[in-house]
Design a protein. Structure first.
Length: 102
């Protein structure tokens, strides 16, 4: 685990915790307001969380060449996650526009 500095590890772990808390808070907010768009947003955040976990796992094993597939998985999850987040954001905007036009 010496591939990254202590400060970099702190940022990685803190970001992972923040993202997890954001998912939980957004899902709870969506449930409490019956806003399914927010629930979909929370679900759309999960691939990016998995991407971060893949990156951290690779770093835990000192960026081993044997685990290079984790880099490809992380890139794919990031791409998929960003697409999911874009669709979830579009869904929220679409719902807000429909709400304001009625």
């Amino acid at each position: 685990m010496h591939a990254l500095s202590l400060g970099t590890w702190f940022i990685h772990i803190a970001t992972l915790c923040e993202w997890t808390l954001a998912i939980i808070f957004i899902a709870r907010w969506g449930r409490s307001t019956n806003n399914y768009g927010l629930i979909w947003l929370a679900i759309a955040m999960l691939p990016n969380l998995a991407s971060a976990m893949a990156a951290i796992t690779w770093h835990i094993f000192d960026n081993s060449e044997l685990l290079k597939g984790l880099v490809v998985l992380q890139a794919a999850l990031t791409t998929f996650g960003n697409i999911c987040l874009a669709l979830a954001a579009w869904n929220l905007v679409r719902a807000k526009v429909q709400e304001s036009s009625t």
